[in-house]
Design a protein around this ligand. Structure first.
Ligand code: HEC
Length: 650
């Protein structure tokens, strides 16, 4: 089945908090921080300032950190005492976008009013050093892996060189993941290279070869790793996961029982957003993979996306352009993270949940959005939103010349798009349904909402069709794919899925017509060739089947199902040696599959290699004792051996 391109644009996840209150009448007190009314006696670095700076600033203002200077010694701090007072009073530092009191998130960076007052009093009173004996232990160097030694690290064969100047760079770096068998990934910790120039990163995977091909098509000289742009094509974040990196973030340790599947042949695709510094900079990212012992259990994570992109058409000069969106939850969900996303013109962002009893709960509120400090906000304590809750978002944009972040001078009309000069309006919630079986109902409901919101988007019909197909509602699914094709006749995924429905309905000729139209529109679409090859196999058109399955493997060499079906086609064509080769490859790619053992065993048996065949039937049955075909094949193979022995032929 065609994989929806996950439109990974930039990252951030979040959480929420207070109920009922809309605007706090007074600045909400920060949860942590000393309650003393301020230092008595002279304010000194060693006694009063160092504890604040070491804890709240040195994560970034240290050697190798993202900050432009270190803040580890008295000299470092005293030299900038006034500036420190200014940036903390204004709220610019430490950088943290969500407003306090509107959601509680992991790794919040915020000073208490007392701490801010202390820094100001220190600058005001001449920035005294104080007694050396008062100085707290400086923060430990954090150059290693925060989550411990990874199970697998990947890096580029040669680093990327960030040009000295020019606009922001969005670069997608493609790294093959050397795993020989399926692994379960609990989390990925990123060391992005130099955090002074890497402003944020998005991590995705690609199990097609599309990212590699994008890289190969890049023509710039001298050649550099990766390809440019915010658009990541078929690379996607594993189902329901939000994998981002920002300077100074608390690394995500992952959630027990929610590892994601990593199959051999998958590439890691890392999108770095970088800011040229005036000199060429060497960027050498390293990603550390942490594997889980077991596959996920229980309900999976899912991303709900509120989206007002289709409403974005911001006139030049408009300082308060507002868009909103809302969806209703058909099931109970547990909220794990909040990820608002827009580009440079966004000003404020509000995300709210209105519960069935009318109670309002804030998901997140940002009053002064800054693209450069976007993040994925993980909620401190996951909470449940009951079925019947309405989720809503309201974003405002400032496209006036007075907005210092406006990328256009003079301002121009701005619409939705993937370039950094375009805009976006997304609020994603990472949720977990109470029961796994509920997820398909959530998807069905969300895509019905999406179609109401924007009937012109073929992807919504496609996704709704997929949710219906999963519920075996074939005719309804086909209607949605047809509606998607009415919106956009060149929408290959809809064409392909319509073919899949027709195939399941036994209408093979119609299925073939759809698949064929799909590969004509996109000859580089491996699964399209696979589907066409497979339906040709079912039709008994074996040579044609073999051609398309070979084409699949040329595009995607690790496509296990294509090896399997090509093995079947070659066996029917009497080319047994080649058939064995492909079934062996399928088994290598899916070592725990009873099916793959049975397939290999049966082509070996037909080739006369009965001993090895019996071994594979037995292994199939060890993996899946109720595999009827393997049992029958095993019995048959044993009978033949016995017969041959009786005849003295063995
Ligand atoms: C999450 C990382 C991070 C943390 C935490 C952080 N900073 Fe920064 N700081 C930066 C970065 C990056 C810059 C450069 C920002 C820019 O130029 O836009 C910066 C810039 C500054 C500047 C210069 C501002 C200017 O206008 O040039 C000062 C002063 C500063 N930080 C002080 C602090 C203090 C004091 C703290 C702690 C209370 C702190 N920072 C915490 C990353 C951080």
């Amino acid at each position: 089945m065609y994989r929806a391109a996950f439109p990974v644009a930039a990252l951030a996840v979040a959480s929420l908090i207070a109920t009922g209150c809309r605007t706090p009448s007074a600045p909400a007190p920060s949860p942590e921080g000393p309650a003393d009314a301020g230092p008595a006696g002279p304010v000194t670095f060693t006694r009063h300032v160092a504890p604040i700076v070491f804890e709240h600033c040195a994560t970034c203002h240290r050697p190798g950190g993202s900050g432009p200077f270190t803040l580890l010694s008295y000299d470092d701090a005293a030299r900038r005492a006034r500036q420190i007072a200014e940036v903390t009073t204004s709220g610019f530092m430490p950088p943290w976008l969500p407003e306090p009191g509107f959601g509680e998130f992991v790794g919040e960076r915020r000073l208490t009013d007392t701490q801010i007052a202390t820094l100001a009093a220190w600058a005001e009173s001449g920035a005294a050093e104080g007694n050396a004996s008062d100085l707290p232990e400086p923060p430990a160097a954090t150059d290693g892996w925060a989550l411990g030694e990874p199970d697998l690290t990947v890096s580029l064969p040669a680093p990327y060189t960030l040009p000295a100047d020019g606009p922001d760079v969005f670069r997608n770096l493609v790294m093959p993941l050397p795993v020989g068998e399926t692994r379960w990934v609990r989390t990925v910790e990123l060391r992005p290279g130099n955090p002074q120039f890497v402003h944020h990163a998005i991590m995705a995977v690609d199990d097609t070869t599309s990212s590699r091909r994008r890289e190969a098509e890049e023509t710039e000289q001298p050649a550099q790793p990766g390809f440019s742009g915010m658009e990541m094509g078929l690379a996607f974040m594993p189902d329901g996961h939000l994998m981002g990196w920002t300077p100074g973030m608390a690394p995500n340790p992952g959630i027990d029982g929610l590892a994601w599947r990593l199959d051999p042949g998958t590439d890691f695709v890392l999108q770095l957003h970088m800011l040229p510094s005036g000199r060429p900079e060497i960027i050498a990212p390293v990603a550390g993979f942490h594997f889980a012992d077991a596959p996920p259990s229980g309900p999976p994570l899912y991303l709900i996306r509120l989206d007002a992109d289709h409403l974005l058409d911001i006139p030049p000069g408009d300082a308060a352009f507002v868009v909103s969106d809302a969806v209703r939850l058909p099931i109970d969900v547990e909220v794990h993270a909040v990820y608002p996303h827009a580009h440079y013109l966004a000003k404020s962002m509000e995300g709210r949940a209105t519960l069935p009893d009318g109670t309002e709960r804030w998901l997140i509120r940002i009053d002064d959005w800054d693209f450069n400090w976007q993040d994925v906000y993980r909620v401190r304590e996951p909470y449940v939103l009951p079925a019947g809750t309405t989720l809503s978002m309201r974003f405002s944009y400032d496209n006036s010349a007075a907005n210092p972040r406006n990328p256009n001078d003079p301002p121009r009309r701005v619409r939705a798009g993937n370039r950094s000069s375009d805009e976006m309006a997304h609020l994603q919630l990472q949720v977990r349904p109470r029961r796994e079986a509920d997820l398909v109902l959530l998807r069905e409901s969300l895509y019905r909402d999406a179609i109401r919101r924007n009937p012109a988007n073929p992807w919504s019909y496609y996704e709704l069709g997929n949710a219906l197909l999963e519920q075996d509602r074939l005719d309804e699914a086909a209607r949605q794919y047809l509606a998607g094709l009415a919106a956009d006749p060149t929408h290959v995924p809809s064409r392909n899925s319509l073919g899949a429905v027709r195939e399941r309905q036994g209408r093979l000729d119609e299925a073939a017509v759809e698949f064929q139209a799909g590969v004509r529109l996109d000859p580089g679409f491996a699964d399209g060739h696979f589907n066409l090859g497979s339906v040709r196999l079912a039709q008994g058109r074996l040579e044609d089947a073999a051609d398309h399955l070979r084409e699949t493997l040329a595009l995607e060499p690790a496509h296990a199902a294509a090896h399997t079906n090509l093995g079947h086609a070659l066996r029917e064509l009497g080319r047994l040696d080649e058939a064995v080769t492909h079934h062996r490859e399928a088994l290598r790619l899916r070592p725990g599959s009873a099916e793959a053992h049975n397939n290999l065993g049966s082509v070996l048996a037909v080739s006369g290699l009965l001993g090895e065949a019996i071994d594979h039937f037995q292994r199939a049955l060890r993996i899946q004792p109720d595999h009827l075909q393997a049992r029958r094949n095993l019995e048959l193979a044993r009978e033949i051996v016995a017969e041959l022995e009786r005849a003295g032929l063995r």
